[in-house]
Design a protein around this ligand. Structure first.
Ligand code: 13P
Length: 283
């Protein structure tokens, strides 16, 4: 069933686990995520990035997402990932998204507050949750690139002021994770995460979680992370499975026999993450 992101954030916060948020670009990815959520009785966010919306088109993403959620026996929130354009956020709400992210993290603090408040004003009356971002998460995700040296970790006092002024439902923080494939092992600033979590009641979101070691994820969840975003590990599973099928069967040309194994590979990734995040069995 399609539910507001607010419901997922609040339950995760109350019962101290994190909901996985997986990026969707086509039917197989969407089905892989929702089928495993049902199998494990787990709530889940399915989310469209800017690149995903550009690739598939908002109508297709929204249509598929709503069908997947409606068919599912577990709570599913349909989210826009890293929205930066107010009008696009409004279009997503009109198309039935139940969660939005507005990423004003590149803006000065006051402007980030202003755009987040504006989104909260249209989202909340529609029972749509709002995730905001404070601090800059490094790496490359679709069109969004922040040079690593520009990466700015979230300041706990600013986080407090930000959630007070915006009334957002969740806050994505920069504590050392990055979008994309890591070159070395990521080092997370757990002291900072703890300081942020002690200042705000708002659920915390961890972006760039692909490639972060399991122990670090467990620790982040224990310190108050309630939503964890995964995209790159799904892409890697997808690409690796397709390469293997075509290497082993160079004459194969049936899309179902190429994409089917890719879907199974992504399901294994989703399964492992939901178990790691503690969301399995929580629906
Ligand atoms: P990864 O690139 O680490 O999978 O991060 C995805 C993400 O944070 C989407 O917003």
């Amino acid at each position: 069933m399609l539910v507001s992101g607010k419901e997922l954030f609040q339950d995760a916060k109350r019962r101290k686990y994190a909901v996985g948020a997986f990026n969707i670009n086509n039917m197989e990815i969407m089905q892989a995520i929702v089928e495993v959520a049902e199998e494990l009785n787990s709530p889940v966010f399915i989310q469209a990035s800017q690149g995903g919306i550009k690739y598939a088109g908002l109508e297709y993403i929204a249509g598929m997402g709503k069908i997947a959620a409606a068919k599912a026996k577990v709570p599913v929130a349909l989210n826009i990932d890293h929205g930066t354009d107010f009008n696009q956020v409004v279009r997503c709400i009109r198309h039935g998204f139940s969660a939005v992210m507005i990423d004003g993290s590149k803006l000065p603090f006051e402007e980030n507050v202003a755009i987040t408040r504006k989104v909260v004003e249209v989202a909340h009356p529609n029972d749509v949750s709002v995730e905001a971002e404070l601090g800059k998460i490094t790496g490359v995700e679709d069109d969004i690139a922040v040079a690593e040296h520009e990466g700015l970790f979230t300041d706990p006092d600013e986080a407090y002021a930000f959630v007070q002024q915006t009334n957002c439902d969740a806050l994505a923080v920069a504590i050392g994770t990055a979008h994309g494939v890591y070159r070395g092992e990521p080092k997370l600033d757990f002291d900072r995460l703890q300081a942020i979590a002690s200042k705000i009641d708002t659920p915390i979101v961890l972006h760039g979680a692909s490639g972060v070691p399991d122990d670090a994820i467990r620790k982040a969840v224990s310190l108050g992370v309630c939503k964890i975003n995964i995209d790159t590990e799904l892409r890697l599973a997808f690409a690796q499975a397709i390469k293997q099928v075509l290497n082993e069967n160079p004459d194969e040309y049936d899309p179902r026999k190429i994409l089917g194994p890719a879907k199974e590979a992504m399901k294994n990734t989703v399964r492992a993450k939901m178990q790691l995040f503690g969301s399995a069995g929580k629906a």
